[in-house]
Design a protein around this ligand. Structure first.
Ligand code: SF4
Length: 513
């Protein structure tokens, strides 16, 4: 157990290999802050995979525009002398498209070539994560290999091979050796070289029980503070038509009940707080039993999300005991008919209203609802009916909590069509249309509850980073060169004609096998 940074505690489920091989230097980078990265089980799992199952102990980095690359805010000075060019492999773990800008910033700040031909003799650059699995083309100039799918079982042999050819990579003929290495790995499950193209072979872990997908570092300085996260499932049975996570992580695989108990036991000496993570944790067939056992064992349990139809009273009690202040519900759209169109046949509006009342009566401080705007079936009449439905929820809250801060928040994002989903070729409306829908909704809703909206401009940018080709490199360069503000995003939308491409999508991304 290490105490490198205040309050951090380490969990090493499988122990560590006895020998550390320092000949291969691996930098694992989450291209965003420590605060967000420490609650990201993707980067935590890759860190654990490399740290425990290979001899190549990785250095783990985060990024913040004010500090550059760092391990932790307190350690910024310590790491200010780090040069990525000293590493042999730089692996980015990327959960969101907007982090592509930071990938470019990091490479540029460390003098790494921003085009494949300029990188001979420098680290091999690899990137993985859900958006990369869906469409790595926007990053194609910045990376040598995209990692497609899940790293467990696939990434360690690649590291062994890089170590094997390291002398050649560092020799005067390094460019040829690098080319041979990348050509050798392109097309193996999980590896795809953008410069070569073709279908993308996804690597999928067959049995979740073979790997410990839990937090390796438990820390107070993160969203899930002092909580060990356990992933109990990958994939999602629902596979809603708009949801990239539901498609890029398919098929649904479950961790057994016994394995969940074993993972929870790892937390014993570190924390009594556990976060149960999955696309839909309450879809696990044993979730009620698992929850009861964890609670009986003295754990404070919280869930990454809840599906109303499979929620038990015990889970609601867990939520309250775990100190979770906000319960989230994702109706997405107006009603069951519209949910059918987007492939999400739940929850029903009756369930939403009944659960809202039950949450408020049970003492849940805040309920937050996630909706989307921007679908082709919307018109002004739809928005008016939506406002009316929000009004019914708001009225229930006023009846049950007449005083104090309104407990309900309706958070609206704009539907961003994603590559590799059934909606991948849906058009996305222009900013003026999205602003119009937002304006009509605001004007039609008269309740006390808060309405929150994401920015139309940022949503359009996200669309381009999701469905764009290698030409998106110009947009990334334009945006990464300055501190990001909405005015700069609007300038990019004009300059690169993003509204036109969003409204007339072309399938440029490779097929996923
Ligand atoms: S239920 Fe949630 S996680 Fe699953 S596919 Fe639908 S939106 Fe995605």
């Amino acid at each position: 157990m290490s105490h490198d940074y205040p309050g951090e505690r380490y969990i090493r489920p499988a122990g560590r290999l006895p020998e550390i091989d320092t000949r291969l230097r691996v930098a694992l980078i989450y291209p965003d802050t420590y605060y967000t990265g420490m609650s990201n089980l993707g980067v935590q799992a890759v860190y654990g995979l490399l740290d425990e199952r290979t001899p190549y102990a990785p250095d783990l980095f985060f990024y913040q525009s004010d500090f550059g690359l760092y391990r932790h805010r307190d350690a910024a000075r310590k790491h200010s002398q780090v040069r990525l060019s000293d590493y042999d492999i730089v692996a980015f773990s990327i959960p969101y498209e907007l982090q592509y800008l930071n990938v470019r910033r990091i490479l540029a700040a460390h003098g790494i070539g921003l085009a494949p031909d300029d990188r001979a003799g420098t680290p091999v650059i690899v990137a993985g994560g859900i958006p990369v699995t869906a469409n790595p083309l926007p990053l194609s100039g910045l990376i040598d290999l995209a990692f497609i799918g899940e790293a467990e079982g696939a990434f360690p042999p690649f590291l062994d091979d890089v170590l094997h050819v390291l002398p050649q990579l560092k020799s005067p003929q390094g460019a040829d050796a690098r080319d041979e290495l990348l050509a050798r790995w392109h097309g193996r499950p999980g590896f795809w070289r953008p410069q070569t193209g073709g279908d993308m072979p996804r690597h999928t872990l067959a049995d979740l029980n073979d790997y410990d997908t839990v937090s390796r570092i438990v820390t107070p300085r993160t969203v899930f503070a002092n909580r060990m996260l356990i992933q109990i499932a990958r994939g999602c049975a629902a596979r809603c038509k708009f949801c990239l996570a539901g498609h890029a992580t398919a098929p649904l695989r479950l961790l057994s009940k016994d394995a969940i108990g074993e993972r929870a036991a790892l937390a014993r000496d570190v924390t009594n707080r556990i976060g149960v993570i999955a696309s839909a944790p309450t879809d696990h067939p044993d979730i009620a039993d698992i929850t009861a056992t964890l609670v009986d064992d003295g754990f404070n349990v919280s869930f990454s999300s809840l599906r109303l139809s499979s929620l038990t009273d015990e889970m609601v009690q867990c939520l309250l005991r775990s100190g979770q202040r906000t319960v989230t519900i994702a109706p997405e759209v107006l009603d069951e008919n519209c949910r059918k169109i987007i492939g999400k046949p739940f929850p029903t509006n009756a369930e939403i209203l009944a659960r809202t009342r039950a949450f408020l009566e049970a003492g849940v401080p805040r309920v937050k609802y996630y909706f989307m705007l921007g679908f082709s079936f919307e018109d002004d009449a739809y928005i008016a009916r939506l406002a009316q439905w929000l009004g019914e929820l708001d009225a229930a809250a006023q009846e049950l909590r007449p005083k104090g801060e309104p407990p309900l928040t309706f958070a609206f994002s704009f539907f961003v069509p994603k590559a590799q989903t059934p909606f991948e070729l849906e058009p996305m409306p222009a900013r003026t249309e999205l602003q119009h829908r937002r304006k009509v909704l605001k004007a039609s809703f008269s309740g006390r509850s808060r309405l929150k909206f994401e920015s139309p401009a940022w949503s359009l940018l996200q669309e381009r980073l999701s469905r764009g080709g290698s030409d998106v490199a110009d947009i990334i360069e334009f945006l990464a060169s300055e501190r990001l503000a909405t005015s700069r995003v609007n300038a990019a939308i004009e300059r690169f004609n993003i509204e036109h491409s969003a409204a007339h999508p072309q399938r440029v991304w490779p097929a996923l096998r």
